[in-house]
Design a protein around this ligand. Structure first.
Ligand code: SF4
Length: 288
């Protein structure tokens, strides 16, 4: 069984070479984390902790002080030495404070956090065919008893707010909704809910049965494209600034271009030390 994730698919769409370096050659990057990923994971962890605390003791929802203390603890614990800050006008403290603001706004809006949450970080699997699966993690799954429907909640810490039209086409949560319908019933309504924390704004969307069938086919075709790719070309863009492989990318380094690019681009060999792909990396990418 070949297993894909949303982040694996979107990495290929963003840059086939990055896909090869990360998922085929499994090259351990010098920089393992950007400050945006660190902010995202610290805020996600804190929101998960909030809802798990309410699940454990529904009589006592966490206070804002407790929430901020948890965030500070996680921020410090997970901070690494070689964290990448691309936007040089901002400091580590600026990103830390953004997280405080996101959580304070979320607290104002959603305290006491009792909305029918079933599970946080729910692992789901979508079987596309006999040999291919998509795996992912739902930030938070809610059952809305009053309307007898499920809600897939996703937190975004990015600094840009997409349009409703864009999210009506989004692949990740739509794929996850296929898994939820398989688990709880094809007739069940499933809402897709994105929390854009920097804007304290929620975007809601849903998909028809036909749209989900089309999505399955499109995803299978994308996977076929990946499997048939022989030459993984670089795709230079503004996103290269955040790429963990920029220092070894032939697009940015002419010495490497001459020595290594032929090997990297044409053969499935690994000229660099290996590292293990792990769940945390998948989660980090999903949280961008
Ligand atoms: S630096 Fe840019 S072109 Fe090079 S691998 Fe990364 S995303 Fe691709």
């Amino acid at each position: 069984m070949i297993v894909y994730s949303h982040s694996k698919l979107s990495t290929f769409e963003q840059c086939p070479l990055k896909y090869k370096l990360r998922y085929i050659d499994k090259i351990k990057p010098e920089i393992e984390k950007t400050i945006e990923a660190h902010l995202g994971s610290s805020v996600h962890d804190t929101l998960e902790w909030i809802y798990n605390s309410v699940k454990e003791n529904s009589e006592k929802s966490p206070t804002l002080d407790e929430i901020i203390n948890h965030y500070i603890k996680i921020w410090k614990k997970e901070l690494t030495q070689n964290i990448l800050i691309v936007k040089k006008q901002l400091t580590q403290a600026d990103y830390f404070n953004k997280g405080i603001q996101f959580l304070a706004d979320y607290y104002q809006e959603y305290y006491p956090f009792k909305d029918g949450t079933i599970e946080c970080e729910k692992e789901i699997t979508i079987k596309l065919d006999e040999n291919t699966q998509i795996k992912g993690f739902i930030d938070r799954l809610v059952y809305d008893l009053e309307n007898n429907r499920y809600e897939i909640h996703d937190y975004k810490t990015a600094g840009t707010l997409p349009s409703q039209e864009k999210m009506d086409q989004d692949r990740q949560l739509a794929l996850y909704s296929i898994a939820i319908k398989e688990l709880y019933g094809q007739d069940k309504e499933v809402l897709l809910v994105w929390h854009y924390l920097a804007y304290n704004h929620k975007i809601i969307s849903k998909r028809t049965r036909e749209q989900l069938e089309n999505l399955k086919e499109e995803t299978k075709n994308l996977i076929k494209d990946i499997q048939n790719t022989k030459v993984f070309l670089p795709n230079k863009s503004i996103l290269c600034e955040w790429c963990e492989y920029k220092s070894i990318c032939p697009e940015w380094n002419f010495e490497i271009q001459e020595k290594v690019s032929e090997k990297i681009l044409s053969k499935r060999i690994n000229p660099f030390p290996e590292f293990k792909e792990d769940k945390e990396r998948e989660k980090m990418d999903i949280w961008d």
